[in-house]
Design a protein around this ligand. Structure first.
Ligand code: ADP
Ligand code: MG
Length: 238
C-alpha cells in the first residue's frame, strides 16, 4: 500500500506553467522528500497528489488505481498541515477523532484508533486538554495523530516544522523519522531545507522551476549530483 505513480503530470495557473510535466514513482513504504527553493512547485506537486488541486494533464495513480479525478477524501492519503489546523474549542481527543467522526465511524472503533495514535505519539496524558494548553511540538503531534487514525496509504507533509524553533525542529524531525520506522507507511515530505532532506529521506526528489533535476538516495545525490544545481543545493563537493 502507498505506491504512487505520476505520469506526465502537469499544472498551470492561467498562463503560467508551474509544473510542465513530471514522471515519478514513489514506492510502498518509502520516505520521499521533495526539496527545492521557494516557489519551485513543491507544494503544488503535493497538492496535486492529495487532490487539493486539479491537474492540467497527466495521470496520478495510487496503488494501481487511477486517482487523477478522485476527490481528496477518496485517495486514502492524509495531509499534515504546517498550520496544524486544530480546533481550539475541542479536546485533543476530539481533534484527533474528528476525521473518523465525520466518516461516521462507530465510537468504540474511534476510541481504539485515538488511543493507538496517542500511544505512538506520547499524547496519552494530554487527551483531555485543548490545543491552547499544549506546546508547539505537542500540537504538531496532535495534527499527526489526526492523520494516523485514518490509517492512510500515505502521509503528506508540507514543511510541517517551519513554524517551530530550531531545537524543536531537530527533535520533531527525529520523531517523524521514528514514526516512519514504526508505521512503515509511505511518507512524502516537502521542505526547502537540505539538511532535513538529507537526514530524513530514503529518496530525494530535487525540484527546480517545476522540473525534477534528480531523484536518488541522499548518498547518491551527494556522491553523484546530476548537475551544478543539485550539487549546489545539496552542498555536495562537486
Ligand atoms: P513551493 O511550495 O516550492 O514554494 P509552490 O508550489 O507554492 O512552490 O508555488 C509554485 C509556483 O506556483 C509559484 O510561482 C507560485 O506563485 C505559483 N502558484 C502556486 N499556487 C498558485 C495559485 N493558486 N495561483 C497562481 N499561482 C500559484
Ligand atoms: Mg510550499
Amino acid at each position: 500500500m502507498g505506491k504512487i505513480t505520476l505520469t506526465q503530470v502537469r499544472k498551470s495557473f492561467g498562463e503560467v506553467d508551474v509544473i510542465p510535466g513530471i514522471d515519478l514513482t514513489i514506492d510502498e513504504g518509502e520516505f520521499v522528500v521533495f526539496v527545492g527553493p521557494s516557489g519551485c512547485g513543491k507544494s503544488t506537486l503535493l497538492r496535486l497528489i492529495a487532490g487539493l488541486e486539479d491537474t492540467s494533464g497527466g495521470v496520478i495513480s495510487i496503488d494501481g488505481m487511477d486517482a487523477t479525478d478522485l476527490p481528496p477524501a477518496k485517495r486514502r492519503l492524509a495531509m499534515v498541515f504546517q498550520s496544524y489546523a486544530l480546533y481550539p474549542h475541542m479536546s485533543v481527543r476530539k481533534n484527533i477523532a474528528f476525521p473518523l467522526k465525520m466518516a461516521g465511524m462507530d465510537a468504540a472503533e474511534q476510541e481504539k484508533r485515538v488511543n493507538h495514535a496517542a500511544r505512538i505519539l506520547n499524547l496519552g496524558n494530554y487527551l483531555d486538554r485543548r490545543p491552547g494548553q499544549l506546546s508547539g511540538g505537542q500540537r504538531q503531534r496532535v495534527a499527526i495523530g489526526r492523520a494516523i487514525v485514518r490509517e492512510p496509504a500515505a502521509f503528506l507533509f508540507d514543511e510541517p516544522l517551519s513554524n517551530l524553533d530550531a531545537a524543536l525542529r531537530v527533535s520533531m524531525r527525529q520523531e517523524i523519522s521514528e514514526l516512519h520506522q514504526t508505521l512503515k507507511t509511505t511518507m512524502i515530505y516537502v521542505t526547502h531545507d537540505q539538511v532535513e532532506a538529507m537526514t530524513m529521506a530514503d529518496k530525494i526528489v530535487v525540484l527546480n522551476a517545476g522540473r525534477i533535476e534528480q531523484v536518488g538516495s541522499p548518498m547518491e545525490l551527494y556522491r553523484n549530483p546530476a548537475n551544478l544545481f543539485v550539487a549546489g543545493f545539496i552542498g555536495s563537493p562537486k
